[in-house]
Design a binder for this molecule. Structure first.
Ligand code: NDP
Length: 311
């Protein structure tokens, strides 16, 4: 009998993940697509992205669930999760991809690209003297595996960089603030606010009308984590009223964003379809294999998710 790993993801190609994992798992673990499992009793590991409800009931001998991505909100909230450890991905290239997207978004606002795009439509040479990065304050909300990397990249570019998390951490070039009381002051001071908070029961609509009201007039908002962390109607109001100067949004309360959604038509808002970062098979395969070996040997897991915290 060979242990097997079952793969399920609608957006991710099975063959690419199988080919990336095979050199690391050898013939010790059979890698099978969910619709072609040879023997459900052999399945010990599940590598999944948003499997259908009831999926896990098919596999009575699971030892480990690996979330095929960084955000686990859609997994940990489920009632049909087996009582086994859950890990998430945190591969270096995924972090790099996220940090570069966030840096692009920060620069878009710091260098006032929406202003120049609007001027270009009018065929107008609209010179505006650039501000120094050190005069621009950026607040990164959430300093996790992706958030910390993004904040470091922003700091490396010379921005006055602040971060927000539940507990202190040392991050070169980044002033770290903790706890609910710190948030409003941080929002008041920031020229650009970047949301990198995971969606949990505590963070759902954590950025509400009062948060947007607390933001500096003319501030820009970037969201690359989850749409549900933001009270979307309050964000729309803050943009429409001109209190916020613009936004770069990769995630939304409802995805795909409907064609009649008001965000499509607000000036200075850039919308991308939830692709700031993705899991990359070759980069993620070694850590998936390492966790499978850790389970087999009874060793500690990396990137384990806390069901209680929700991230
Ligand atoms: P992590 O789970 O590693 O870290 C979460 C961070 O948020 C931690 O710093 C944590 O604080 C902080 N945090 C959590 N709850 C609170 C709270 N109530 N108040 C203050 N801080 C809080 O997340 P990652 O950095 O890896 O990823 C962030 C999110 O990005 C993911 O959850 C996912 O939703 C999203 N994502 C989006 C993608 C896209 O393409 N748009 C792709 C991949 C991920 P502490 O450090 O103190 O624990």
């Amino acid at each position: 009998m060979t242990d097997s790993l079952v793969f399920y993801s609608k957006p991710d190609p099975f063959e690419a993940w199988r080919d990336a994992l095979t050199p690391h798992l050898g013939d010790q673990v059979r890698i099978e697509n969910a619709d072609a499992v040879t023997d459900v009793d052999d399945v010990r590991y599940a590598l999944v992205w948003m499997p259908p409800i009831g999926f896990f009931d098919r596999f009575p001998n699971l030892d480990l669930v690996i979330n095929l991505g960084a955000g686990v909100d859609r997994l940990v909230a489920r009632e049909d999760l087996p009582d086994v450890p859950i890990t998430r991905l945190s591969d270096p290239k995924m972090g790099q991809m996220m940090a570069s997207f966030v840096l692009f978004a920060v620069l878009r606002h710091a260098r006032e690209i929406p202003y120049f795009q609007a001027a270009q439509v009018r065929k107008e040479w609209a010179y505006k003297h650039p501000r120094a990065a050190s005069d621009i304050t950026v607040a990164v909300l959430g300093l996790g595996q992706l958030g910390a990397l993004a904040a470091s990249e922003i700091a490396r570019q010379g921005f006055n960089t602040h971060g927000w998390a539940t507990k202190p951490q040392a991050l070169s070039g980044v002033t770290v603030h903790c706890g609910d009381d710190a948030l409003d002051a941080l929002l008041r001071d920031a020229d650009i606010v970047v949301c990198m908070l995971p969606l949990t029961p505590t963070t759902r609509e954590r950025l509400d009308a009062s948060s947007f009201a607390a933001m500096k007039p003319g501030a820009a908002f970037i969201n690359v984590s989850r749409g549900e962390v933001v009270a979307e109607s309050a964000l729309i109001e803050a943009l429409r009223s001109g209190h916020l100067s613009g936004a770069t949004l990769d995630v939304f309360q409802t995805e795909p964003l409907g064609s009649d959604h008001p965000l499509w038509s607000i000036p200075n808002v850039l919308i991308t379809p939830h692709l700031a970062s993705v899991a990359l098979p070759k980069s993620a395969a070694p850590q998936i294999a390492a966790n499978i070996k850790a389970i087999q040997n009874g060793d500690a897991l990396s990137n384990e998710v806390s069901r209680v915290r929700g991230y």
